[in-house]
Design a protein around this ligand. Structure first.
Ligand SMILES: Cc1cc2nc3c(=O)[nH]c(=O)nc-3n(C[C@H](O)[C@H](O)[C@H](O)COP(=O)(O)O)c2cc1C
Length: 348
């Protein structure tokens, strides 16, 4: 599915029928920075979503929030907003669209106490009237498609995602994403893909299923169990930004060749250099560490010896990190280990 298809699928049923199921990169706070999104998209992700941006902070011009909402070179550019008050949510949506957002996603799934404590994220699933007022405020503020990402409910005694989806549809939203866990589960247990079916049956909006999709086989199983229109991939894509595109290609019935170690090294290098340029060397090095650890893991268990791996994720020298990153993917010993585990999921 091309980026344009994703937007037309949000706009009309006709648009939905036109393409294969989309595979999206999930919003991951502190992870899905501009460069990860760009790379995932270049490898064929149907759409990518920014990490959540606190609406109140974006509305008051906070510089870090502006960086999080940045989408230069990403198309479609989807900005996710989190917040609990209507005016800043509406204002942040207007700012994001003025800065190029093609769609706005609203966070009603984040379980973190720092977010739910402020009655944002998944806490909104405990008060659907409040949630609906926020959806309406954003819907009225912008002309672009608006989607909402939720969990199954706050806990198993209140699985109200179908009701929230119905209200979102009535308010004129364009799409729903459901992470198949409750808030109280945080990330424990397995995502319940079949429980997402109740949301699919409650609305005519496209529903994207999320949670524990780690490859093409899981994506197919998730679509079968949920009846959803597409899948969203989060943690499995960290260190493997090519994964989402490989899943999208597989869902479209295309055969994809395994991605060479050289191409993976090039993507990781581009990501690292982009982060240093985006945040500056001091902050860039710190921000990149979680990505470096994930790339080292994706390169294979024997790709770096323990001392080199430690150095990769602690060095404050970008040049040293880049050398070790190359070594992880391209060193013949590491290569052997990595290619042994290569599947179609890792190909682009
Ligand atoms: C580190 C981390 C950060 C996350 N940040 C966000 C976020 O900013 N917005 C959001 O809606 N969900 C966020 N999530 C939830 C993911 O988008 C996704 O729903 C969840 O990880 C399940 O999908 P997965 O199993 O494919 O990772 C985050 C999850 C993790 C692990």
């Amino acid at each position: 599915m091309s980026p344009d298809h994703y937007l037309s699928a949000l706009r009309s049923e006709e648009g939905r029928r036109a393409g294969p199921p989309p595979a999206l990169l999930a919003p991951l706070s502190g992870v899905t920075d501009l460069h990860m999104r760009r790379i995932a998209q270049a490898f064929g992700a149907s759409a990518v979503v920014s990490e959540m941006v606190a609406a109140a902070e974006l509305a008051r011009g906070d510089a870090e929030s502006q960086v999080r909402a940045e989408g230069q070179g990403v198309s479609p550019h989807v900005v996710q907003l989190a917040g609990c008050a209507e005016a800043p949510m509406a204002e942040a949506a207007r700012i994001a669209v003025a800065n190029g957002a093609d769609a706005i996603d609203i966070n009603m799934g984040c379980p973190a106490k720092t977010v739910t404590g402020g009655a944002a994220g998944s806490a909104l699933m405990r008060d659907l009237d409040h949630a609906a007022r926020l959806l309406a405020a954003v819907r009225d503020a912008v002309a672009v498609p608006v989607t909402v990402k939720m969990r199954l409910g706050w806990d198993h005694a209140s699985l109200n995602a179908p009701e929230l989806a119905r209200r979102a549809e009535a308010l004129g939203l364009n799409g729903i994403t459901v992470h198949g866990r409750t808030r109280q589960q945080f990330y424990k247990g397995n995502a319940d893909w079949s429980a997402i079916r109740a949301v699919v049956e409650a609305t005519r909006l496209p529903v994207i299923a999320n949670g524990d999709v780690t490859g093409l086989e899981e994506a197919r199983a998730c679509l079968t169990a949920s009846g959803a229109a597409g899948v969203m991939v989060g943690r499995a894509a960290v260190g493997r930004p090519w994964l989402v595109g490989a899943i999208a290609a597989g869902l479209a019935g295309r055969t994809v060749a395994p991605l060479s170690a050289g191409a993976r090294a090039a993507a990781a290098t581009e990501h690292y250099e982009g982060l240093i340029a985006l945040y500056g060397p001091a902050m860039g090095v710190r921000h990149a560490r979680k990505h470096l650890a994930a790339y080292a893991d994706a390169a294979g268990p024997g790709a770096l010896n323990p001392a080199d791996r430690r150095r990769l994720v602690t060095t404050s020298e970008p040049a040293e990190a880049l050398t070790l990153l190359q070594k992880a993917f391209l060193d013949p010993a590491g290569l052997e280990e990595a290619s042994a585990g290569t599947t179609i999921d890792e190909a682009a």
